[in-house]
Design a protein around this ligand. Structure first.
Ligand code: AMP
Ligand code: MG
Length: 403
């Protein structure tokens, strides 16, 4: 281990991870299948949005100067419906056009009054405007999107809103990265499949299920393997299989200093470790390296730690691989409502509940923070990013990662 970076700072771990991205080919997906996939190019709009000046209200369009001393009576000289093929006629002084939401503004008009503020006289074909016209009810061509401009960037994880935007920009299908196939292997003699009969010292295996959800959350494909007992041979065999079948391997358990921490041992002896141990708490044991040419994260076994380490190391690694660093996680500044134990050397990741109901976002600890206590994560909607040297005192501020 002499030359392997050991017990690195969090920024150093991220720096090393950036050196070893996975590369994924592109495929095209119709919009119906694009949700939760990752864009593989910068996407330019094929159209302006709005495509033309249009009304944001059902009402009347007219010249603003005609409406400045209400009530004003104007002659109704046309009706304009959204999507109708008849061209709007130019509109002169004293004239108004009945207009529907989304319909094009006729030449000459520069204000709208919603129908509720208008009285129509059908016999005389006139409208009485009860107030001044409103210019802001005209949606201007290109005010949302400009044709030829990039509005979604490579590496964007497609949400419901961004899928909608792809459609608005004119794409029936979008180029996305193929999902990375990510193998998940839990290790430990004590682990039993949930619901199976438990021996006296056994526990239910939970990490692979939680990590599988995290992988899918990142837009990739999770392949969960049965857990492996603490045997070098069994572990080697499983890693060989996963290295054949997957783009990335995530193990859980067996990466600490103990005699039975076989992932670490095997990686030391037969793998290629790029770093081992990171100054974050919880979750200091992880390692990153290669097994038979396939990148591998050794995550800690403690359930809360493995989850936190995924968010802190694996998720940024995946994001960086597909965005080149352009896409960041969402963070928020929060004020601590109680003192938290900070550290001079470690980045401290407390599980917190964030109260947004007041003027300032307030952070509350979710209670007992043992690294085996998954419930502390269930209750959390954030992780503090208490930098090394932060006092952690009640009333101070820090950044937090939104979970
Ligand atoms: P290890 O890192 O292998 O020493 O495991 C640390 C702790 O996490 C031990 O208490 C294990 O029993 C527990 N643990 C390890 N792997 C899992 C798992 N997949 N699901 C639930 N608990 C686990
Ligand atoms: Mg173990």
């Amino acid at each position: 281990m002499a030359e392997t970076p050991y017990f690195v700072s969090y920024p150093e771990a991220l720096r090393i991870l950036k050196l070893y991205p996975i590369s994924l080919p592109t495929e095209f997906k119709p919009l119906d299948d694009a949700f939760n996939r990752i864009l593989s190019v910068d996407l330019e709009s094929k159209v302006d949005d709005p495509r033309f000046d249009n009304s944001s209200m059902d009402g009347f369009a007219f010249r603003y100067e005609d409406s400045t001393s209400p009530p004003t009576q104007l002659q109704i000289h046309q009706t304009i419906q959204a999507g109708s093929n008849t061209l709007a006629k130019p509109l002169g002084t004293g004239q108004a056009a009945r207009i529907m939401t989304g319909a094009p503004i006729p030449e000459g008009a520069d204000a709208i009054l919603p129908i509720e503020k208008c009285e129509i006289d059908l016999k005389k074909s006139t409208v009485l405007l009860l107030e001044e016209g409103k210019k802001h009810f005209i949606r201007k061509q290109g005010e949302n999107l400009r044709k030829g401009h990039t509005h979604l960037h490579r590496g964007t994880l497609l949400t419901p809103a961004t899928v909608g935007l792809c459609a608005t920009m004119g794409y029936p299908e979008v180029p996305v990265y193929t999902q990375a196939k990510i193998g998940i292997i839990s290790t430990g003699d004590e682990l039993k499949f949930p619901g199976d009969e438990l021996g006296e010292n056994d526990i239910y295996e939970s990490n692979s299920f939680g990590i599988s959800g995290l992988v899918k959350h990142c837009g990739h494909h999770a392949k969960r393997y049965d857990s492996v007992i603490d045997s070098i041979d069994a572990l080697r065999e499983k890693l060989n299989q996963a290295a054949q079948e997957c783009d990335l391997i995530l193990t859980s358990g067996g990466v600490s200093m103990g005699e039975w921490d076989l992932v670490r041992k095997l990686m030391e002896e037969e793998g290629d470790i790029k770093f081992w141990r990171v100054k974050i708490r919880p979750g200091s044991p992880p390692l990153f390296g290669y097994w038979k040419g396939t990148p591998l994260f050794g995550l800690p076994g403690n359930p809360a730690s493995s989850h936190v380490v995924f968010r802190m190391l694996v998720a940024p690694y995946l994001r960086n691989s597909t965005s080149g660093g352009g896409v960041q996680e969402r963070k928020i500044r929060v004020q601590l409502t109680e003192s938290l134990k900070a550290d001079d050397h470690f980045l401290i990741l407390r599980r917190i509940k964030i109260d947004m109901s007041g003027d300032q976002p307030l952070a509350y600890s979710t209670g007992y923070q043992g690294s085996g206590n998954l419930n502390s994560l269930v209750l959390a909607d954030g992780l503090t990013l208490l930098e090394p040297g932060h006092t952690g005192e009640k009333g101070t501020w820090c950044e937090a990662l939104l979970l």
